[in-house]
Design a protein around this ligand. Structure first.
Ligand SMILES: Cc1cc2nc3c(=O)[nH]c(=O)nc-3n(C[C@H](O)[C@H](O)[C@H](O)COP(=O)(O)OP(=O)(O)OC[C@H]3O[C@@H](n4cnc5c(N)ncnc54)[C@H](O)[C@@H]3O)c2cc1C
Length: 463
């Protein structure tokens, strides 16, 4: 047996170092459960000290490691080649404390996002981070990708919900700052450097999360539009009238909506097919009846003023669940072809309408593309495309990437609004980050992980 495996077994226990079939029975992504995992070993640490021991041993042996969270990323960042050792955070799944007065929750990084949401709810509090993969994504993965999702408009990205972090560096150093304070301007905010670094700078082992008082009302409506300018005017009008209560503004383009609610879909359509844009809005507030009336009043005015074409309110919890299940069921778009490609780009809101029209038309004109499906968090300037296709060639992949990414430079946009760079977007990073920024990123990586062992080949290539 390899020396490194013996040392790992001695350090954390034999049962926490998986080898052979116990490795190949696993997977590297929730959407590829039948493709066996290729890796030298999978380690299952249960404490920060065990993570630190694994890192020290791997550094000593110049061993590359990949950190596994809930395996829901969309940028290939948990793909392996076979020679790596995996550090899977799944057993670091304890919620250590809920402090209702300070409104914080202290968690190990392997806790599933949905469990954090439910426990906060039990304390009449809210952890607002929310997106389709909440039942599998771990909080450590969310922090490492600075996940966004459905309520960024009101509560910000994961970054704004993290008060404290504990990190293990590749040399085994434990960097702990598990404070519960919101304000801390005592020099550099080091923890923020690790948020969104996709596990390339350090391993998140614990976090102190910020909780919010739970809203007492939740209201939603679906609306239909045919004109992008009117849609954007409606967003401005709605946000102004709701005065801080607007928490979600999701736009679904026509062909995406028709697949999500058409023949063979899991949901029926709340508004008939045939409009160009469908918008799902959410407001969170203090009084269910009054807030619903307010939302309804705003929507009626939008219809009267001929901003919106059609609308339907959610009147019951089951309506709310129905509306949001439509938006979260994005896999149905990927399932339209044998293969799929995912995008999460951002650009100024006023430029997005034309950008989507042009990109969608160009992609749809390509042979072996079934369709491009646009939808997204428009109020954040963030659009997703899922491209369903019947060919996996790199040539087609690159062609589609170029069509989506290249126009973003002149628009002042980003190739990744929220999913990160991972492996898939590395060669497009320079379209939205300048040379000085990329050089500084490389310096940071080389300082914290001089041997380049942690999540190698992700985000940046270090020449
Ligand atoms: C259906 C679906 C919907 C989605 N919707 C959204 C959305 O709306 N918004 C959004 O932002 N994302 C979305 N995603 C993407 C994904 O869910 C997020 O990126 C999520 O934050 C990844 O968490 P994870 O635990 O699955 O991480 P993984 O996929 O396991 O890992 C992601 C990256 O983080 C690293 N990592 C994981 N855990 C740690 C740790 N403890 N310390 C250091 N590095 C770590 C990994 O090495 C990898 O580089 C969606 C994904 C799916 C499948």
């Amino acid at each position: 047996m390899l020396e490194i495996i013996k040392e790992l077994q001695l350090a954390i226990g034999k049962e926490k170092v998986l080898l052979g079939e116990d490795v190949s029975d696993r997977y590297y992504h929730i959407w590829h459960m039948n493709d066996g995992l290729k890796a030298k070993a999978v380690t299952l640490p249960q404490s920060t000290h065990e993570v630190s021991s694994i890192c020290k041993i791997c550094t000593k042996h110049n061993q590359e490691v990949i950190v596994f969270g809930g395996l829901t990323n969309l940028v290939g960042s948990t793909e392996t080649k076979g020679h790596e050792i995996i550090i899977s955070m799944e057993r670091m799944n304890k919620i250590e404390e809920v402090d209702p007065l300070s409104r914080t929750m202290t968690v190990q990084s392997g806790v599933i996002l949905e469990n954090i949401q439910s426990l906060a709810k039990d304390h009449e509090l809210l952890f607002p981070l929310n997106f389709g993969a909440k039942g599998s994504a771990q909080i450590g993965g969310c922090i490492s990708t600075n996940a966004g999702g459905l309520r960024v408009l009101k509560y910000g990205m994961t970054r704004s919900l993290v008060l404290g972090l504990e990190i293990v560096l590749m040399d085994g150093t434990i960097l702990s700052s598990l404070k519960k304070i919101v304000k801390d301007n005592s020099a550099y905010d080091i923890k923020q450097m690790f948020v969104g670094s996709e596990g390339t700078l350090g391993i998140v082992t614990k976090a102190v999360l910020k909780l919010i008082e739970a809203p007492k009302s939740r209201n939603s409506a679906f609306l239909a539009f045919n004109d992008y300018e009117k849609l954007v005017k409606f967003l401005k009008f709605l946000d102004k009238e709701l005065a801080g209560a607007l928490s979600g503004f999701e736009v679904i383009w026509r062909n995406s909506y028709e697949v999500m609610t058409g023949t063979g879909a899991n949901h029926k359509a709340p508004i008939p097919h045939g409009f160009k844009y469908y918008v799902l809005v959410e407001s969170l507030g203090a009084d269910q009846k009054r807030d619903r009336e307010k939302l309804q009043e705003i929507i009626e005015k939008a219809i009267l003023d001929e901003l919106a074409e059609d609308a339907v309110m959610a009147f019951t919890d089951s309506d709310l669940n129905w509306f949001w299940a439509i938006r979260e069921d994005v896999k149905i778009m990927a399932d339209q072809g044998n293969y799929d490609q995912h995008f999460d780009v951002s650009a100024p809101i006023n430029a997005l309408g034309q950008y989507v029209d042009e990109v969608e038309a160009q992609i749809n004109a390509l042979d072996e593309v079934v369709a491009a499906f646009p939808f997204g968090h428009l109020a954040d300037g963030n659009i997703h495309f899922i491209v369903a296709k019947n060919n996996q060639s790199n040539e087609l992949k690159d062609k589609i990437n170029d069509l989506v990414y290249k126009p973003l430079t002149s628009l002042g946009g980003s190739v990744s609004a929220e999913h990160g760079i991972g492996v898939h977007k590395k060669k497009y990073l320079a379209l939205c980050r300048n040379e000085t920024e990329i050089t500084l990123m490389k310096t940071l990586k080389k300082t914290l992980d001089p041997k380049g062992l942690l999540n190698p080949g992700k985000v940046l290539d270090l020449e």
